[in-house]
Design a protein around this ligand. Structure first.
Ligand code: ATR
Length: 283
């Protein structure tokens, strides 16, 4: 790769950042299309966030991805925040348009896109269950509301957190229910899709244990965890013949949407997916 004075620089900030697959995904896309761009990771502590965002202007970077723990707070340092990102309350992608910093959230559309391409699932008019009420659950709730689902159930270990999220968004769709894990069972019988948005199922964590046999035949079991690529939750679903949808696609497609915002070019999704899989093997 040739880097010189005309190379456009992009980065991702987060803390921790060591395990991020985004540098591999974005640099693979730049290589694939022969773009003179490079993407680097920076670990940024919470109290240095404002300086990090201002550095986009100071260093004339083309843009930035933002990950945990900065996605919410970063909004206050931007010139403009796109409507969907405001709705979600978090920004993961910043575009530098001639010094104006614009914030987007590509997680929701990235999830919907991967669900469409990889599971052939269109949420419109469907009944969905979201497990988890954290930042990721919130982004996916917004995605489903934007896609005009029929009903949403938010199931969380801590009921109050699910209730708070449901109450906040009920103005957008009256059929949002909150339950704890025990309350989920009756809803499983009519669900078209259930998605795990918690960290349960990641390498070092316990797994999500639900009676998936209650789900109707033909329903989709989705997991945003991608380490491992196939969680125990998905393995159990697969074993009883349900359709499964893993988490790597959401990561790749949120990156693909970011790439398109920065470059104005169609993202080479296959090359990005391949790079993500390779990077995952190495980490
Ligand atoms: P993120 O922004 O990545 O979604 P978060 O805001 O910390 O992270 O949310 C984590 C989600 O995973 C929450 O829904 C959390 O449940 P609680 O609200 O009850 O904490 C869920 N979660 C994490 N560890 C869990 C566990 N061991 N069992 C059940 N749920 C868990």
């Amino acid at each position: 790769m040739k880097i010189d004075g005309s190379t456009k620089v992009l980065c991702i900030i987060g803390d921790p950042i060591e395990h991020s697959l985004s540098p591999a995904i974005q640099n693979a896309a730049f290589r694939e299309l022969g773009l003179d761009m490079v993407y680097v990771p920076f670990r940024v502590a919470q109290d240095r966030l404002e300086e990090a965002v201002n550095s986009i202007r100071a260093l004339n970077m083309a843009g930035m991805n933002v990950t945990i723990p900065h996605k919410e707070k970063v909004m206050m340092y931007l010139d403009r925040v796109d409507e969907l990102a405001r709705f979600i309350g978090a920004v993961n992608t910043i575009v530098n348009r001639d010094g104006e910093l614009i914030g987007y959230n590509t997680d929701a559309d990235g999830y919907l896109e991967s669900l469409a391409v990889e599971a052939g699932f269109d949420p419109k008019g469907k009944n969905v269950i979201i497990v988890g009420a954290g930042g990721a659950g919130r982004a996916i709730l917004c995605a489903f509301l934007a896609a005009e689902v029929n009903s949403v159930v938010i199931a969380n270990r801590t009921f109050d957190r699910a209730k708070k999220l449901a109450d906040e968004f009920r103005i957008k769709n009256e059929s949002i229910e909150a339950v704890d894990f025990d309350g989920i069972y009756p809803y499983m019988k009519t669900a078209d899709l259930i998605v795990n948005t918690t960290s349960l199922g990641m390498m070092d964590k316990g797994s999500l244990d639900l009676p998936l046999g209650l789900l109707p035949k033909g329903s989709v079991v989705s997991d945003i965890v991608y380490r491992p690529l196939k969680t125990e939750f998905l393995k159990k679903a697969e074993a009883i013949g349900l359709k499964t949808h893993g988490g790597l696609g959401m990561l790749v497609y949120q990156g693909a949407i970011g790439f398109e915002l920065w470059t104005g070019r169609k993202a080479p999704v296959e090359a990005m997916k391949k790079a993500a899989l390779e990077a995952l093997k190495e980490k």
